[in-house]
Design a protein around this ligand. Structure first.
Ligand code: FAD
Ligand code: EPU
Length: 335
């Protein structure tokens, strides 16, 4: 059923109130086909959990919320299994299902909000793992032709918070299902400093995948705001990848600046560190601001507009440019 003049506030984790001309859900490819054929040439927004969106204005078109469900193991060998999930499943529930089945690979990505279908859009990542590390393939509905196309890892062109769906194929596909190749014999990744400290604190020396998941959940709950309590979309900016010379210049004044080498000539700076050093952490302007515990997260305490938050992000970008000579790029999709 199509609803009109529909308030999207409950459908985006920033909790921004804007109206969509039309809103519907789909839980099968046939439903998707039917609704698209009835609304051809209309601006379209495919919505998952709305956890990587900043809505700055009413949407004059059709918003379709993906509710394609179902999780199944497709094939298995002695060492691994390929597990497929409908795009509308909640990401965290899917990770929990994999852990229940004792399949390892996604446990470091516990508690990331949103849907399985959005996970390839920006190759979600956390605590030393990105989905590309165990991604197998996805199937996607090509809006123009109505065909279902399969993408393997190479075809997705994954990068740091990047994929082909954010650029070359932007707006052309609806991701319907995603498959991962997971290991039966757990290979845990505790390389991210915060995970090993958390496990040490709990006295766990040989962690299971559930232990790693629990450690990740504890770390995330300790510094990231829960969108049910404070509106946000996680990291608002990407961590900038810069030439080593940029790092050397910052290090002259700040020897402690975090830097993670990417290749011989480049490395990643921590945007949260730059924003905190520039004095923005915890800054509150009326009903919005920069989170008190994580400077990379912009927050809506209630009642803010998308434009207020967007303007704050622009001020931060200008300030970081002038103080450090580094240009921050937004991670969140602006609409
Ligand atoms: P939405 O916000 O609904 O959509 C995002 C984009 O994808 C939109 O352009 C939308 O049109 C498109 N899209 C969604 N589904 C489909 C589909 N099926 N087919 C085609 N296009 C689609 N991200 C990380 O990478 N790592 C983190 O650690 C992390 N932590 C977070 C913590 C918090 C508290 C929050 C609020 C967010 C965090 N995020 C993180 C960002 C966010 O959770 C991810 O980007 C997530 O994958 C977004 O999923 P979603 O379903 O909510 O996408
Ligand atoms: N830092 C500060 N001040 C801050 C925040 C961070 O100094 O306010 C410093 C930390 O002390 C640390 C470094 O920055 O030295 C990195 O911090 P952290 O480990 O918290 O990670 P992050 O770079 O802030 C990234 C991702 C997160 C992901 C975590 C864990 C990006 C843009 N963000 O955050 O992803 O969960 O690592 O892997 O890459 C998201 O994409 O929405 C997201 C939350």
């Amino acid at each position: 059923m199509i609803q009109t003049n529909f308030d999207l506030k409950p459908f985006n984790t920033f909790g921004i109130s804007v109206k969509a001309d039309r809103f519907a859900t789909f839980s099968s490819i046939e439903e998707l086909q039917t609704v698209l054929s009835e609304h051809q040439n209309e601006p379209l927004l495919i919505l998952g959990g709305g956890s990587n969106l900043l809505l700055t204005k009413d949407f004059h078109g059709l918003v379709l919320k993906n509710e394609l469900c179902g999780i199944r193991v497709i094939t298995e060998t002695e060492d691994d299994a390929i597990i497929e999930s409908g795009a509308g499943e909640t990401w965290h529930n899917f990770v929990m299902k994999c852990i229940e089945l004792n399949l390892s690979g996604l446990e470091n990505l516990s508690l990331i909000p949103g849907s399985v279908g959005a996970s390839p859009m920006q190759n979600i990542g956390a605590y030393g793992v990105e989905i590309k590390d165990c991604f197998e393939s996805l199937s996607a509905y090509h809006i123009e032709s109505g065909e279902i196309h399969t993408f393997n890892k190479e075809a997705c062109a994954f990068g740091y918070r990047e994929s082909v769906f954010k650029h070359h194929f932007k707006g052309q596909y609806v991701i319907c299902s995603v498959s991962f190749r997971l290991k039966k014999n757990a290979v845990v990744n505790t390389s991210y400093g915060a995970i090993s400290s958390e496990l040490e604190k709990l006295g766990i020396e040989q962690p299971s995948i559930r232990d790693v998941s629990n450690a990740v959940i504890a770390i995330r709950q300790s510094k990231l705001p829960d969108p049910k309590v404070i509106g946000n979309a996680g990291s608002f900016f990407k961590n900038p990848i810069v030439e080593n010379a940029v790092y050397d210049a910052i290090k002259l004044n700040y020897p402690e600046v975090p830097f993670y080498p990417v290749d011989e000539h480049h490395g990643k700076l921590a945007a949260g560190w730059l924003i905190e050093k520039a004095g923005w952490k915890g800054k509150k302007i009326d009903t919005y601001g920069v989170h008190t515990l994580q400077a990379l997260v912009l927050v809506n305490y209630g009642g803010s507009t998308g434009n207020q938050i967007y303007d704050l992000s622009s001020q931060i970008i200008l300030d970081i440019e002038s103080k450090f000579g580094v240009t921050l790029e937004r991670e969140v999709n602006i609409l």
